[in-house]
Every structure is written in structure tokens, then in C-alpha cells.
Design a protein around this ligand. Sequence first.
Ligand code: ADP
Ligand code: MG
Length: 559
Amino acid sequence: MEKKQFQAESKRLLEMMINSIYTQREIFLRELISNASDAIDKIYYKALTDDNLVFEKDSYYIKVNADKANRTLTLRDTGIGMTKEELENNLGVIAKSGSLAFKKENESKDGHDIIGQFGVGFYSAFMVADVVTVVSKALGSDTAYKWESTGADGYTIEPAEKDSVGTEITLQIKDNTEDDNYDEFLEEYRLRSIIKKYSDFIRYPIKMDVSGSRPKEGSEGEFEEYREEQLVNSMVPIWRKNKSELTAEDYENFYQEKHYGFDKPIKHIHISADGAVVYQAILYIPGSTPFDYYTKEFEKGLELYANGVLIMDKCSDLLPDYFSFVKGMVDSESLSLNISREMLQHDRQLKLIAKNIESKIKGQLQSLLKDEREKYEQFYGAFGRQLKFGVYSDYGTHKDVLQDLLLFHSSKEKKLVSLDEYVSRMPEDQKYIYYASGPSNERIEKLPQTELVAEKGFEILYFTDDIDEFAIKMITKYKDKEFRSVSSGDLGIEPEESADKDESAKEADKELFEHMKSLLGDKVTGVRASKRLRSHPVCLSTEGEVTIEMEKILNAMPN
Ligand code: ADP
Ligand code: MG
């Protein structure tokens, strides 16, 4: 029997996990149960698409057993099992370096349930156990294998005895120390309540042998000891439940259980559609930006179930790019189970669902903006940029969906303002929606170009994001008002001055301007007198569509 080493990365991660995620260690049970449920899902799915396999509902379950005397906790499932290779690959390689790097960056921020983030749920077992033993027999395989590990220093693997297909995981629960007591993970009532709390909606029965005493039937005052198998979970998936039966905590638990994120979602959307297409969905607007959100690595998508069976982890066709931050799941009876990825893309039902979901998300964001401004601004801080990319992308074809969701800082109250709010408080004599671009609000406030507009008392939107001006160019007009940069040549508010004074000034300055132009050469198109300046002697202004800020960005772009 040979002993194999965990990869170096894995070792560090394991130590980090075991040592740092302390208060939440009960979630190890949720992790192991959800793995067992996934394994049953897989065999169920196989049976539905393979005529040689029959899925008999009653023979699929998860069984939890505590043995106080031996300090062991056992989880048995009748799922798809693991081959020798799968044991090595799935349990022997832990996390990718990207996640580890993330954890390092975020070491100071505590209170997050990070385990889910890594998708390393299995290893959470080491928070409560010294030794973890996995005996598994894969579907279609004759031999079972035993995988065993004491944590960071590797694992062993060898052939083992097991009659039926599935997996049995035994945890040798840690001994108590001065600071830590692990007995609770051997107590039936405690295990029951952990399962209820996190895994109530698991769709397969989670059973436990429970002992206790109860009044003896037919006799007064006498009690009898019993030990019997009990069903612990209610088994109705959360998305099939009535909204009125569910609490905010239920939705939050589901978010954690599903590993949609390590944060607290801002909002959940529970949909039960009964129209042209029948489906249920639970969607979330996350509370913070995933660390890889604005990178190529980020993969959008929702979990897709066909009548309760998971058929895809990340169905990207269900979400438009500009709502790619949304997490969650969709279950539909209208979808065929053995549909392939390629077919799915063209599936009419799926397209209908996607359209429907898009409008629900939009509606939710709009009402958040209207009724829960603070939450909306939290959302906008995390994902507003994506909305602006959305306006800009595909030649502005989505601007109608998105323009009402945009917010910008403004000169008025130094707060975020929507375009609707801006336009509705425009004075009658204001022709344009004014904006100024710059690296920060403070820098924009100091721009000489803002002076004239500010003096007129007109509000100015502050564009501090690279994408802002590009997005606005796609919108061009909001409620019939055109956008105008404060550095544009024509602001529509140049003051009128007496003509003759103007003319003579021009004559006198002509020579000076020509000299300045010859000094500046190609750097400027021309030098002329401006009527818009107040306290500053000079400013740059532009002609045509591309402003100075846009030019800077275009010049900085790789060719
Ligand atoms: P994740 O569930 O996020 O993939 P885990 O660390 O929880 O990560 O599990 C790793 C992998 O081990 C799973 O993806 C699955 O392939 C396998 N696995 C874990 N537990 C079981 C089980 N009870 N039955 C079959 N496969 C399992
Ligand atoms: Mg898992």
C-alpha cells in the first residue's frame, strides 16, 4: 500500500481551513450531505437517460449514524460512487491557486463562510475529524476502494469490501481538548438540528437512527427505550415551496448551501411561473463583487434543473451578459432531461425562460432603486460597471433595458443620481444633460470647463469610470435631452456680449493666438478666446464627438 502526498497547495489550504474556520465547523455536515445528494442526483440522471438502469426511489437515501462509544460519525449514500481514479482525483486534489490567492488578499476580512467559495467542501470534515475514511463503489464497477487520510499529510488508497454501489464516509471525531469540545457531533439531537438547519430541502431522504425513551403503550407511567430509523429532512426543494412558508434566513441558507457566494446576498427573487412556460427559479443579487468578476475567468450562468434533476451547473444562456452577476437556479418541467448542451442553446422553452428571467431581474432592480435606495447603491457599487458595459456593448441595443438603472455622481448634492432624477429637476432653460469626465470627483470639481455650467446653476454628472462616456455616447439622448460634455465647443449657454467690444478684442488678440498656435503646433487645432471661463485663464475644449477623456482612453488601449 503506497502513501501519496497531497500537492503543496492543497496542504496549505487544508491547514488554513482547519485552523481558521472555527465558529462555523458544523457546516461540515452540510458539505458531506450535499455531496451525497449530488451523487444520488448523478445516478438518478443516469437512470433517466439510460434504459438499462432503473431508479427505484425508495432505494436512494442518505443515512447518518453516530457511534458515541467509538467516537465515529458515518454518512452512507446510495449515490453513484467513486472509482479508484475518482477517489484520487476528486479527493486528492484540493483547490486551485486562484482561490488561495484570493484568500490571502482577503485575510483580514473575517466572518465569511469561505469553504463553499473554494468548492472544497469535502475537506471541511477535517475540522471535526482526525481521520476520514471513504469506502466507495462506483456504478458499473466490481471493486470497491478505501481512501483514508489524517489530513494534511496525505492519504492512502486500497481495495476494500462493499456490497452495494455508493459511498460510506466515516469520521473519527476529534477528542476534546481544553478549549474545544467535539461531543456535539456525536449527539443525535444536535446532528438532527444541524441537518434540519442546512439540509432540510435536500430532495432525498436523510435518515438517522435515533434512540430515546417514550411512554409505553397501554400502561400508565411506564416508559420504554427505543431505537428507530427516522426521516430528518422535509425533502421539498425550497424552490417548490410557497413563498409565504419561507423566511429570509431560508433563502440565505440556500445561497450558502449552494455555494453561490461567500457574501450575504442583497436580494432574492423567487419565481413560480405558470404561463407559456412553467418553471421555478430562485435568483440572487449578490452583495459584493466576486474576486474574479471583471476577469476572463468569470463564468456566468444559473444552475439548470429539469423537473428536479440537475442537468447543468452553469447554464450561460439563461443570463444576458449585463446581468451576469446574478446567481441561482432554474427548474423547469418543460425541459427534456436528455437534452444536450448544443440542443439547449436553441431550445425554445429555454429562450422563453431566459426572456422571462431577464425582465424579472430588471423589475427587481428597478424596485430596489425606487424603494430601497441604500441597497441599490450597494448593488450599484458592486456591479454598476457591468450595467454600463451592457449599455455600450452590442452597439447599444440593450440601452432601453439598462439606462434607467444607471447612477452617476453629480455636482448637485454630491450624491448618486439617476438620469431620470437629473432630467426631472432640470430648469426649463437648460437644454442639455451636462457631464464632465475625470479621474475622480475632486479632480472634476476643479476643472475650469465646469465653471460656466456651474455658474448657471446647472447640474453636472461626474464621469469617473472609463466606460461612462462610451456608454453615454450609445444612449445619446435621455427623455429627449442630449448629453453634452462640459468641454464641448458648444454648451448652448455661451453668454451674449456686445458685438463691437467682442470684435475689437478679437482683432487685438489675433496675433497673440497665432503665436500661441505656432508654439503648440499639432497639439491643438486652434487657439481662441473663450467666453466660458471664470476664474481660470485657459481651458481645453473639443470639437466633434470624441472628448479629451475618451481620447486618453482610446490612446491607452492596446492596438
Ligand atoms: P465540490 O462538491 O464542490 O465538487 P467537494 O470537495 O465537496 O467539492 O467534493 C469533491 C468531489 O468529490 C465532488 O465533486 C465529487 O466528485 C466527489 N465526491 C465527494 N463526495 C462524494 C460522494 N459521497 N459520492 C460521490 N462522489 C463524491
Ligand atoms: Mg461539495
